[in-house]
Design a protein around this ligand. Structure first.
Ligand SMILES: [Zn+2]
Length: 77
């Protein structure tokens, strides 16, 4: 059995790429965080969004979407 270090590193970085997702707080969609064009920072935390609409909604009223009783996806579009 022969293992090359390069192959192992390649596997690790591929897994990291696959795991780089976040939940869109506005509509509940899973969003890739790599290269994400729609992000907003609120109180030191970065949030990711599926599109401009969700991003603008969040920036308008972040507290609304971060509230525990807010249910994502209730009024998308
Ligand atoms: Zn969204």
């Amino acid at each position: 059995m022969r293992r090359r270090l390069g192959d192992q590193l390649g596997t690790v970085s591929a897994e990291e790429l696959m795991m780089a997702t976040a939940i869109d707080r506005v509509c509940g969609m899973e969003v890739e965080t790599n290269d994400a064009p729609y992000t907003a920072e609120h109180e030191g935390t970065t949030y990711y969004f599926c599109g401009k609409g969700c991003l603008l909604d969040f920036r308008e009223d972040p507290e609304k979407f971060l509230a525990p009783d807010y249910k994502p996806g209730m009024h998308h579009g």
